[in-house]
Design a protein around this ligand. Structure first.
Ligand code: IFM
Length: 436
């Protein structure tokens, strides 16, 4: 464990913890179905065969979660509003109770309006889904807007597009490969419409949570560099360029549906902050003709790149390499590429999966990443906050309950879903107490 105290972060820094609705709420019988409920019923879709029907049961136990946040000493909580729940009787009341309890505990609520649980029957390949999302956002903002100032539109449209629509390992389980791109465009359009709807409802602090993985070429060989560039475009810039520059990387606009130029004006509505989810860099080479792997994800042969293990680094339980300087690189890279078009940044997710209550590996991970974040600030990147992923062990999508990202252990075998703070919880609490 590191012993040097962490450097001080700027005054007013947001210190938060993140979760998402489908991963923690449970109470599936009290909301409409989402594409994830449908996907989880497919044999073999979820590694441990589980579902999120109960998960951490936060729907019934959110007061315990709020008490844990208060005890941790964070000043913000990023949760998500489930679209199917918000459209079900009693759904918005649940989020009102959560927001009221957070405010009473001195914790800023930071809701995300879409974290992958699309209502069953809707489809991101359809343009109309973007307008339906804007309606959902309007309804939620009308109900919570008097108490919520900071909003996140979408979580990781890249992962939802690629894992869910191109590779089929996430819901809705489509394997469309490059034909999945319209799902990206419609999510981006939905984001832009949501920004407008939130501003019309009086919101003044609106952002998105986008995943970013610095892409390292396997070698200096031309074909590896070209494959890495392709991967960077696909995973990062297909989303960040339209959001921040109002245009797609070369060659992509032609593949998108509709009046793309007009849509891009909506997509690139000014943001108050840009949320970055950072986990690890990607080492990318020319295609090998074989399947390749990133952690536990198989990437099929036949796509124009291959993914490679980053050697010589510790790995999380998920198999992801621990590379804190990748966070500094991500942030300085974003500033370099987007310059003044990059709004202040908030790290909306950063964390790791490890088993056990005495999670010294997680402490080392978080310590090194906070130092890397501070280096980016010293190098001039305007970073306003950091949210750990995650407050609780939770339902890790197609991995089920096997990957534990929480500062707080959840006993998924107990009817009470007993919560037990891990060593990392006490560590982060002490770090936050020492901040100015
Ligand atoms: O659990 C997920 C989260 O829902 C989105 N970002 C990555 C996390 C870890 O895989």
């Amino acid at each position: 464990m590191a012993v040097d105290p962490l450097p001080s972060f700027p005054p007013g820094f947001l210190w938060g913890a993140s979760t998402s609705a489908h991963q923690i709420e449970g109470a599936a019988h009290l909301r409409g179905q989402s594409v994830w409920d449908v996907f989880e019923a497919r044999p073999g879709a979820i590694r441990d065969g589980s579902t999120a029907a109960v998960a951490c049961d936060s729907f019934h136990r959110h007061r315990e979660d709020v008490a844990l946040l208060a005890g941790l000493g964070v000043n913000a909580y990023r949760f998500s509003v489930s679209w199917p729940r918000a459209g079900s009787p009693g759904g918005l009341e649940y989020y009102e109770r959560l927001v009221d309890d957070l405010l009473a505990a001195g914790v800023r609520p930071v809701p995300t309006l879409f974290h992958w649980e699309l209502p069953a029957g809707l489809d991101w390949l359809e343009r109309d889904t973007a307008a339906r999302f804007a309606d959902h956002v309007e309804r939620v903002a009308a109900r919570l807007g008097d108490r919520v100032s900071t909003w996140i539109t979408l979580n990781e449209p890249a992962e939802h597009t690629i894992l869910g629509h191109a590779l089929g390992v996430h819901a809705p389980g489509r394997t469309l490969m490059f034909d999945a791109l319209p799902a990206a465009h419609h999510q981006l359009l939905a984001h832009g419409l949501a920004v407008r709807a939130l501003r019309a409802a009086g919101a003044t602090d609106v952002g998105i949570a986008a995943s970013h993985s610095p892409t390292w070429p396997l070698s200096a060989r031309e074909e590896d560099v070209a494959a890495a560039e392709f991967y960077d475009v696909l995973m990062n810039r297909t989303f960040s360029d339209p959001l921040l520059l109002g245009r797609y990387p070369d060659g992509l606009a032609e593949l998108m549906p509709g009046d793309v130029d007009a849509d891009l004006e909506t997509v690139s509505e000014r943001l108050d902050f840009y949320g970055v989810n950072y986990y690890a860099p990607s080492l990318v080479g020319a295609p090998t003709g074989e399947n390749s792997a990133y952690g536990t994800l198989d990437v099929p042969a036949g796509i124009p790149f291959s993914l490679h293990e980053i050697e010589g680094r510790p790995k999380t339980h998920f198999g992801w390499p621990v590379v804190p300087e990748g966070l500094t690189e991500t942030l300085t890279g974003l500033r370099g590429r987007y310059g003044d078009r990059l709004p202040p940044v908030v790290i909306t997710e950063n964390g790791c999966s490890y088993p056990g209550l005495d999670d010294q590996d997680r402490i080392a991970f978080l310590d090194s990443h906070l130092r890397a974040l501070h280096r980016a600030i010293e190098e001039g990147v305007d970073v306003r906050g950091w949210f750990v992923w995650s407050l609780l062990d939770n339902y890790e999508w197609n991995e089920g309950y096997e990957q534990r990202f929480g500062l707080v252990h959840v006993d998924f075998d107990s009817p009470e879903r007993t919560r037990t703070p891990k060593a990392s919880y006490a560590w982060l609490r002490d770090v936050l107490r020492a901040q100015p």
